[in-house]
Ligand binder design. Structure first.
Ligand SMILES: *Cc1c(COP(=O)(O)O)cnc(C)c1O
Length: 372
């Protein structure tokens, strides 16, 4: 079955005895125990599992071509479950321009629990190898990176990791499985902030970890999900599954519109650099062509001018909303460094845009106005 078909059908029949085409929302926190006692797989208490969560977890696992998934109440909660599954004293390799929230969590929370980390430039496999330590356990990837669109060669990293017996994680929030399938390239775990393209309408907060295969490490993530308790509500899981049914077609629109917007920006005299996976001038473009099927809806660009000029440009849009985050049907943009804060390596004149599903000519006219 193809992606579009799986996105529409996967998970519908899980714990759905009425055979509703749209599974019902199950708000109950508790489930009746059989008279002859409770079996391991029975539903019991909603924090441990419920029909809507099981349906969504199955759906996202199928779409990422993994074996199993755990859904969380945010992307950050999913990321922290991966880190908490490590042991104190373990060391991890992280991109220096990793999602800013993950950097803050690693430095300000996990370090206190004994996690060691090296934040490095992940565009060269030699650089990654040179930062491995005796206690290194895991290599974290985010490709394309946020917001500089640095590209990591996923397959080269998984080959290195296998030779050293290390775990690999890929934050696939930006590309989504429509554009990139890290598990098929040998990555162990895929991370998602489902608040972005999976949710797709800027109205759900959520996260997920998808595993290529069952493992003791994933069992620990599952335990942290259930006992840490950062779980999404049945309603959020239901809404997320509903959004995911249209993910393939929304991504086709985001891919198409961002390509047009990137082309406009590349040729604009007020723009000095355009960071976009489909820009042939991007270092790593050859790797992009090897590992991505589409370029996604995100673009970062530098204004030929000061940071205050960049803030003014963002202030002039009429259709593109000034907001952080990404992946909604509406276009949003921001002066990125103002959002990232302490530790950010983002240039001061960088604007990041999440290209939405409005008519692309309207988005481009709005950009033209803002840049004039
Ligand atoms: C938003 C985001 C996260 C964090 O997810 P939340 O749902 O906001 O907690 C992690 N990684 C990337 C790449 C993101 O864009």
């Amino acid at each position: 079955m193809r992606f579009e078909t799986k996105a529409i059908h996967a998970g519908l029949d899980i714990e759905n005895p009425s055979k509703s085409i749209v599974p019902p929302i199950s708000p109950s926190t508790i489930y009746e125990i059989d008279a002859d006692g409770r079996k391991e797989e029975d539903l019991h208490y909603t924090r441990l599992g419920n029909p809507n969560r099981n349906q969504f977890e199955h759906l996202i696992a199928v779409l990422e071509e993994g074996s199993t998934a755990a859904a969380f109440s945010s992307g950050i909660a999913a990321a922290s479950a991966i880190l908490q599954a490590l042991e104190p004293g373990d060391h991890i390799i992280v991109p220096e321009d990793v999602y800013a929230g993950n950097r803050k969590m690693i430095n300000n929370i996990m370090a206190g629990w004994g996690l060691e980390s090296s934040f490095i430039n992940m565009t060269s496999i030699d650089t990654i190898e040179s930062h491995l330590q005796k206690n290194t356990k895991l290599i974290w990837m985010e490709t394309p990176s946020n917001p500089l669109m640095r590209i990591t060669d996923i397959q080269a990293v998984t080959e290195l990791a296998k030779s050293k017996n290390l775990l690999t994680v890929a934050d696939n929030t930006w590309p989504t499985p429509v554009n990139q399938l890290p598990l098929t390239l040998g990555v162990d775990l895929v991370l998602h902030s489902t608040s972005k393209y999976f949710g797709g309408h800027s109205d759900i907060l959520g996260g997920a970890v998808v595993a290529r295969e069952e493992s003791e490490f994933f069992d620990r993530i599952r335990l942290i999900q259930r006992m840490g308790g950062a779980v999404p509500s049945p309603y959020d899981c239901w809404l997320l599954a509903r959004s995911t049914r249209t993910l393939a077609y929304r991504m086709k629109g985001h891919n198409e519109h961002a390509a047009k917007v990137a082309d406009f920006l590349i040729h604009h005299k007020k723009v000095s650099d355009v960071f976009y996976p489909g820009n042939p001038a991007l270092p790593g473009y050859e790797i992009v062509k090897k590992q991505m099927k589409g370029f996604g809806g995100m673009i970062s660009f530098l204004i030929a001018g000061s940071d205050s000029e960049s803030i003014k440009v963002v202030g002039r849009s009429k259709i593109i909303k000034r907001a952080t985050s990404l992946g909604g049907v509406e276009s949003t943009w921001e002066h990125r460094q103002s959002s990232e804060g302490e530790g950010s390596i983002t240039p001061k004149n960088l604007i990041r845009i999440s290209v939405g599903l409005e008519h692309p000519d309207d988005i481009i006219e709005d950009l033209d106005l803002a840049l004039s």
